[in-house]
Ligand binder design. Structure first.
Ligand SMILES: [Zn+2]
Length: 73
């Protein structure tokens, strides 16, 4: 059982998905906070984390490109 990282309430399992990985069956559970407002905030946080990560990845790639182009000059 998982608890909400934001409010500490027990999260509700909304759906489960089974997937075969190699020889074992992996069960993914999708959980949501019983507090819909809290869940909205959690989703928002997740989205902004994703965006931050995407930007960081982009920056790293740019820096890597700069490094390689400098080397060749
Ligand atoms: Zn919550």
């Amino acid at each position: 059982m998982s608890t909400c990282t934001r409010c500490g309430k027990q999260r509700i399992v909304t759906s489960t998905r089974e997937e075969k990985v190699g020889n074992s069956l992996v069960v993914y559970t999708v959980t949501t906070c019983p507090d819909s407002e809290c869940q909205k905030a959690v989703n928002k946080n997740l989205k902004s984390e994703e965006i931050k990560r995407a930007i960081m990845r982009d920056e790293q790639e740019k820096r890597a490109l700069l490094r390689t182009s400098r080397k060749t000059q």
